[in-house]
Design a protein around this ligand. Structure first.
Ligand code: MN
Ligand code: MN
Length: 499
């Protein structure tokens, strides 16, 4: 029998002032709402359904969508005028690292992280846990993270499992994790607990059997260490050597190898996180053409930022993340991969360290800089602006890559990820005409910079609703910490997602 760690309460790291939270808003989330059948009608919006877009109304009853159509009756409930607004399934960010401890601790915890997510139009996050002590089982970190999340989240949330060592007990334990709502697991091919090929085969095979999915950080560990050591020995320690120490072929080799290993494991479900290189896109495209059950994720940083950001040795520290930013030519290849379905998901890899804090550990040596950058709040507007407003993506394609596909791949669909009767009323209202210049001061991320400083976007979320409750409205947080619920994710038939 595997027991969970006891939950650990931590002090709230959030001041009410920062998010404009008031006693008044506490009353909105009061007891009357719990007892009556609450109805809300979103009226006259451009509603993005899974296969089409309609002009119309969306009726919410309690926590779920009751009906979608034209000229619906509010039945005495609240009316929300969505004239001129796009009504989308709430964003799902399946790659965050809130409160992660990598020697230094990320500055966004599950309160500031999910608040920032909500302000940015995201209603669900799925977090990739950090490693636990050597030899710990899978539930150890789940217990630690239940402690991190307890009473903190304002969006709904799930947690990916993480592998450190592989043995029979660990493989067996995945079944219990699945029953505990963890349907996906991460493994690393670099960093402290990198797995050897033989162990990855065991994981791929086991997760295939239980309807789970193996997610992988793909980079060749030996190449990284070889190049880093070489650069450091030559005194090449500025930020610009970070991308040179992790070149595109270093990522692509690991992607290629994982695809082969998943094929050997009987076309086991495989999900490549944070694809940054055109070579990786091409490999995933070919594998999918061959019928392999391979899925790919990219992130906004690889779409709108490029390696010229490392030219300035001081500012460059803000962009030390892995895989690194690439040459501009990779961006169009990634857009093409999104467009043709090779990549199904845009997530963030949000992992925030203060520029004037721990990022400075790398000021004399890039290898000492904690890897990661924030992005949970800016994902939806950047992808909407670069995708929909610039004509690269239809509204349906936008909803697919920011919400529907991650919900399907990670065992949450159709409860999450779609505007349909019976689904949770997780909804974001986007103003498609609103022009905003992104700057740190307008964001709620608890970090002292944004890598997207100065980037102009057209399209901004103006209301975020989780299970029928406005979480952000009128630029204010409307719910108390702890409103968000843990999502019990389910096994998935992955071959059906290839259609
Ligand atoms: Mn990673
Ligand atoms: Mn990550």
């Amino acid at each position: 029998m595997i027991s969970l760690c006891s939950f650990r309460e931590e002090e709230d790291s959030l001041t009410a002032k920062k998010v404009g939270y008031s006693m008044e808003s506490e009353n909105i989330y009061g007891c009357e709402m719990q007892e009556d059948r609450m109805k809300k009608l979103i009226k006259n919006g451009t509603i993005v359904l899974e296969d089409k877009v309609i002009q119309g109304d969306l009726l919410i009853e309690d926590e779920v969508i009751a009906e979608i159509g034209q000229n619906l009756d509010a039945e005495g409930g609240q009316i929300i005028d969505a004239t001129g607004l796009v009504v989308l399934p709430g964003g799902i960010d399946v790659h965050t690292h809130f409160n992660i401890d990598v020697g230094v601790r990320a500055v966004d915890d599950f309160s500031t992280g999910t608040i920032a997510a909500a302000f940015g139009g995201t209603t669900t996050i799925v977090d990739h846990m950090g490693f636990g002590p050597k030899g710990c089982n899978l539930h150890h970190q789940l217990g630690v993270y239940k402690g991190y999340t307890n009473g903190k989240c304002v969006t709904d949330y799930g947690i990916h499992g993480v592998f450190q060592d592989i043995n029979e007990d660990i493989l067996k334990e995945t079944e219990v994790m699945m029953a505990d709502g963890v349907s996906s697991f991460k493994m690393y091919l670099t960093y402290d607990y990198k797995l050897e090929d033989a162990d990855t085969l065991k994981v791929l095979n086991k997760l295939k059997d239980i309807g789970g999915i193996t997610t992988v950080h793909c980079e060749n560990d030996a190449i990284i260490h070889y190049l880093r050591d070489k650069f450091v020995a030559e005194g090449k320690t500025e930020a610009k050597y970070h991308p040179q120490s992790r070149p595109p072929y270093c990522e692509a080799e690991a992607v290629d190898r994982m695809i082969a290993l998943a094929k050997a494991a009987g076309k086991a479900p495989l999900y490549i996180v944070h694809v940054s290189a055109k070579e990786s896109v091409n490999l995933i495209r070919e594998a999918r053409k061959a019928g392999d059950t391979v899925f790919g994720e990219t992130c906004p940083q690889y779409l709108v930022l490029d390696e010229s950001r490392y030219d300035d040795p001081v500012e460059g520290l803000k962009f030390i993340l892995s895989p690194p930013l690439r040459a501009k030519e990779h961006q169009e290849a990634i857009w093409q991969g999104i467009k043709d379905g090779t990549l199904q998901v845009i997530a963030t890899d949000h992992c925030s360290f203060d520029f004037h804090g721990d990022k400075q550990n790398g000021k004399d040596d890039f290898t000492k800089c904690p890897n990661g950058a924030p992005g949970v709040e800016t994902r939806m507007p950047i992808v909407f602006s670069e995708g929909v407003s610039k004509g690269r993506l239809s509204l349906n394609e936008f909803a697919a890559v920011t919400s529907t596909n991650p919900a399907k791949i990670f065992g949450m669909y159709p409860k999450k990820g779609v505007l349909a009767p019976g689904s949770d009323a997780d909804i974001v209202l986007m103003n498609p005409d609103m022009e905003v210049t992104i700057t740190k001061n307008i964001l709620h991320e608890n970090v002292d910079y944004t890598p997207y400083e100065g980037i102009q976007v057209k399209g901004w979320p103006v209301m975020t609703m989780v299970r029928g409750q406005a979480v952000v409205e009128n630029e204010r947080l409307q719910v108390p910490l702890g409103f968000g619920r843990y999502i019990n994710r389910k096994p998935v038939k992955y071959t059906e997602l290839l259609k």
